[in-house]
Structure formats: structure tokens, C-alpha cells
Design a binder for this molecule. Sequence first.
Ligand code: GLA
Length: 508
Amino acid sequence: MLIIRSWKNMLRHAASFAATSFACLMMLATCGYGQGLAGRWAAIGKTMDNGEIQKAILELTVSGNDLKGKLTELGFEVEVKGNVTGNHFELFGVGWDDKKPFVVGDLADGELHWRQWGDPMAAKPATSADEFVKPPYLEPPPVHKVPYNGLAKTPPMGWNSWNLFAEKVDDQTVRTMADAMASSGMRDAGYVYLNIDDTWEGVRDAQGNLRPNRKFPDMKALADYVHSKGLKLGIYSSPGPRTCGGYPASYGHEEQDAKTFAAWGIDYLKYDWCSAGIIYKDEKLQPVYQKMGDALQATGKPIIYSLCEYGMGGVEKWGPEVGGNLWRTTGDIRDEWSSMMGNVEKQTPTAPYAGPGHWNDPDMLEIGNGHMTDDEYRTHMSLWALAASPLLAGNDIRTMSAATKAILLNKEVIAIDQDSLGKQAAPLKNGDMETWIKPLADGSVAVGVVNLGAAAARATVNARDLQLVGAIKKARDLWTHKDVEFKGGAFSAMVPSHGVLLLRVSVN
Ligand code: GLA
């Protein structure tokens, strides 16, 4: 052990440490620290719930501390960028607006070990045998109009497993959630779709029929159970060969899978682009989605068709043409203020395209998942309602707090979302205040004012901005559940930081 006996010695040691560090730094600069990461790596990950093993190819170039490259997996391919410090590296998806890296790892003994969204991957230098074999290209059909299925006259409402359970969803979770949807009042408030997201898939049998994995022993029995509770069951697939989670998907099996879903009694399909991006260029989005739209119609069973392709290719313009009832407009939501606000604000240009039967979808709700304040969750609920967005709860309905329940079950706010006129509000910014105005079928108007600032502030609603046809007869605060009065043509109230004032203003 090195014992420093005097101040003089200490200074001498400090000087020699500094000199050594400086020499190291010079070495790093000239030798290119992190160069060991450059190259093509073949990784294997966890065993998935259908018994297959997740794998990846990571190609990296290094320039100083910067990394660039491509990550190909069973479920997707993404360009990556990131940085290396010593042996430690972090990667972000190019074009993804994630603040945190999705890959975090280290180089050790010539191997890369990383965690990807928390799951471990281990990689060795790839050989020429390490390749993803692309299935043969299937040309999608010529574009035509898929007739409207008559569903989703108002934005779909329900629950989806992904935000909270991700790959941990199973039969038991869905059954107990169905019980809770009925007993909590969620079902009676309109939340009827119980949607299983990714990771239910098993493998295809000898006839090519997609079977569920061990977490879902009998999908038809599960659908029967969900239906017995007065609810509907949703499922998930991708137009690519694999889902985003790496599970088998519907590429080349569209009609067969649609028939399987219908036979199980499925009422809603979320169809996620994922690995279709490895096969098709973006200009093929419409015909590729149309293929499943046709397949669903051919089953003769009414099935809500939810397109999930993160807003690419102007989907709001052709979504209804492919039989879509809703389409995602953004990347995945996270349970944080900036992500929630970013998603709903980003879809402003799509507002004119929303209407009965076809909705913009800024992604599922995070209300009750614990990383925003109740004020922020009230804003989340208000904005989804003002933007006529699907209300798909993403929390644990079985254990939700009284505050979460009061937010999700606020019937006056749900009525704004479910208004039959189907108009999507867009924001107007004035300093830290953002105002959203939504005309309603009965001639009244919903108006929300969000305080984006860090301190409480006064929000003012001017009657003249609401484009009302007639004098105000009634104005109601939809969070305090009290009538309020416009004086001198205006109403104002204090709004907490990240909170919202939400009014329904009526002329008759
Ligand atoms: C994508 C979707 C998410 C979820 C996951 C499942 O990221 O955008 O909503 O469905 O895939 O793998």
C-alpha cells in the first residue's frame, strides 16, 4: 500500500500522477481510445418467450470518442450514434428522440457486453456466417381504397399492456385486468378494448398458423373470458417478418393471421411497422398497410385497425384509405412530461385529418405510471381529450390510486374526447401558456390552458377567442367540477406549473 508520509511527498506523488495521466491522455488522443469497438459484432441475447434466442449484428466505426453505425436485430434495423469513454460505450437510435441511450455497454476481453433496454447482449467479432437472412421480397398489391369498417366513430378507449408490462404481459395479467376494468368503473366509462401488445407470439405450426407462446395457453378462451366481462380483446402484429420485440409477425401471412385473429375473437389489431423497414422502403407504407386492411375486411369480423408506424410517410393522408381507424403520429411515449407534451404537440399538423372513424394517435396514456405529477397527468388526460386521441390507459388498473382513478374516470373530460363532431384541437402558445380549443357537436367549446412554466401562473380565457355562436349560457371547470362565470368577456384562474385549466363553455 502506498503511504504518503509528508506534504512534500504528497505533492511529489501528485505531480507524478499528473504527469502519468497527461502521458495517458496523449496516448489516447494519438492511439484513438475506443478503436477496439470498431468493426462488426455478432451478439446473442436472451431466450424469448417463444423459445427463440434474440440476436443482433452491430456495426461500428469510431472517430475519437464518437461512435456511428447500424444495429440489426430480429425485429428492426436502426442507425446508431453514440460515444465511447475508455471501454464504456453508449448508443442512441438516429432519429429517435430518446434522451437516454438504449444501448449501454463495455468492451471486455475482446467481447462487447451491453444492456439494451435493460436486457443483456453479448457480442463477439462477427464472421461472414453471421448474417440476417432476409425473407424473399413480396411486392405489395396496387393501391386501392379499403372500404370503411364502420368502427371507431369516436376515438377508441381501453387499455394496452405495453407501457407498464412490456414483455411481461401474460394470460393471467389480462384476465385480472379484465376483472379490474369491470369492477373499477373503467369499462362503464367507455374503456372497452383490452389490448395485448407485443410478445404474445409463439412460432408458426406446420401449416403456417401463428400460435401464441407459453404465456398465452389458449387465446380463444382468453377472448371468451374478456368478452364475458363486457370487454373486447386487442392483439398486436407487424407487416414485417418480426415484431419490434423480435417475435414472428405477419409478413407473407397477412390473410392467414387475420383469419386466426378473427377465429380467436379478436376485436382490435395494432399493426406495428418494426422489421417491415428492413424489407420495404417508406414509399411502400400505404400498400403494405392496405394488405392487412384487406385481410381484416375479408374475415367479415369487425376489427379495429390501428396503424403503428410512428407518423411516417404522411399516414394521416392515406390512413383511412387502407381501412385504418387510427394511426400513430409519433415515436413511443415515455412516462415523462417532455415526452408526453412532445408527442401531442408534434401531431399538430395532422389535426385536420382526424374525424369519426379515423384518428391521430399520439400513443397510449401514461397516467398512473408514477413518473409525472398528478397535475401533469391531468394535463395529459386533458390534452388527449382536446386532441380527440384514443384513450388507451397504460397503467395497472388493478391497483390504481384514488387520484389516478379520478383522472382516468373523469366523465366530463372523457365526453370531450368522445364528442361526436370529432374535431382535434391544436395549440396556440402565448409565453408559458398554451391554449387548445376544441369545437363540440352541441355548439359548445372545450378550452384547455396549459401552464408550461416552472411556477404557478394565471390563465385567462377570452370569450372572443372561442368563436362561439351566441352568448355564453354556461361555463364549467372540468377538473373542479364547478360552474364558473365569465366576467367582462373573460375567465381567469391560477394554474399550477405543468397544470391545466379545462373548461366547457356552452351557448345553449
Ligand atoms: C413499438 C411500438 C410500441 C410497442 C412496441 C412493442 O416500439 O411503438 O408501442 O408496441 O413496439 O415491441
